[in-house]
Design a protein around this ligand. Structure first.
Ligand code: SF4
Length: 308
């Protein structure tokens, strides 16, 4: 830690106290941002924290759709997003207009939308899902309904495979997870004999098939904590190694591919957090009509029992 970083951390702490603010940090954020966050977690868990917290100001360290979801679930709070450039390429792969077009093509279908999507796309959807509950959400949909899964084709394909449902897949993907290959994972397995392979379902199915478990980021943390194994190959964005290592001293975590990095997740800095808090920069606003419509599919998702 440099003296400049120490000073910035002190300044951020003082601003947080003065403004009754909390900092929420995603599991893929740089380690130093995770370390100064009041809560670290996955996108939906953080948005729930935003809604439940007594804070007046939420500084959301992640990417744009996450800050939007926090603003939807906590409309009475001021949500600040430190770096406007931190957008999610996968969320941009579906627009509200395109989703309306697909619904018109398949009338009566149910649109299931991964939370990694814009508020406008959520507003066109019937129900949302996360990587942790996509399977449960698909199982909750009546058998006679056609499902359109937006925007992540890999998560949709994985959930379709597990549930045996016929799903129309959107052609979106997360660039960080999409490019990892079975060969890269197998090479890492040779380097780390005995290591368990935990893979995020945003990865292609052929990578999931050679893994020990397909898990969301929160699922990986639970799995690593409860497992007796000491070595894990973690097939998700490299930032995840930080909370895993921090929460499991004595266990070792390895990233198998150089592609597993999301540059947008790394844009948040201590300076940008300080400036956001000082000057109310990066205020996240979702217009009330869109927010109201987007809230409904999120609430439907939250009502689905985990193992339905
Ligand atoms: S890791 Fe992938 S899904 Fe997550 S923010 Fe980055 S591009 Fe989007």
């Amino acid at each position: 830690m440099t003296r400049k970083q120490d000073r910035l951390i002190d300044e951020i702490a003082a601003l947080k106290r003065a403004r009754n603010a909390i900092i929420l940090g995603h599991n893929y954020q740089p380690g130093i941002i995770q370390d100064i966050s009041d809560v670290v977690g996955d996108s939906l868990g953080l948005s729930r924290q935003a809604a439940e917290s007594d804070a007046d100001v939420i500084v959301f360290c992640g990417v744009d759709f996450m800050a939007e979801t926090a603003a939807i679930l906590a409309p009475e709070k001021l949500v600040l997003f430190p770096d406007r450039r931190a957008s999610c390429p996968m969320a941009k792969m579906a627009t509200a207009e395109e989703v309306r077009g697909k619904k018109a093509e398949f009338p009566g279908s149910v649109v299931v939308t991964y939370v990694n999507s814009s508020a406008a796309v959520k507003a066109e959807s019937d129900i949302c899902c996360t990587s942790a509950n996509a399977v449960s959400v698909l199982r909750s949909i009546p058998e006679d309904k056609q499902i359109i899964f937006v925007p992540d084709m890999h998560l949709g394909e994985y959930a379709a495979r597990i549930t045996g449902r016929d799903v129309i897949l959107w052609e979106g993907y997360c660039p960080a997870h999409h490019h990892v290959t079975p060969l890269e994972v197998e090479r890492e397995m040779l380097r780390r004999p005995g290591a368990l392979v935990l893979t995020h379902p945003e990865c292609p199915l052929d990578v999931i098939e050679i893994s020990d478990a397909a898990l969301s980021t929160s699922g990986m943390l639970d799995y690593a904590r409860e497992s007796d194994a000491l070595d894990f190959i973690i097939v998700t964005e490299v930032g995840m190694l930080h909370p895993l290592s921090k929460q499991n001293p004595g266990k070792r975590f390895y990233c198998p591919s150089a592609s597993l990095i999301c540059p947008n997740m790394k844009l948040t800095t201590l300076s940008s957090i300080k400036h956001a808090l000082e000057g109310n920069l990066g205020v996240v606003k979702v217009d009330s009509k869109t927010a109201q419509r987007a809230r409904l599919p999120i609430e439907r998702m939250l009502a689905v029992p985990r193992d339905s």
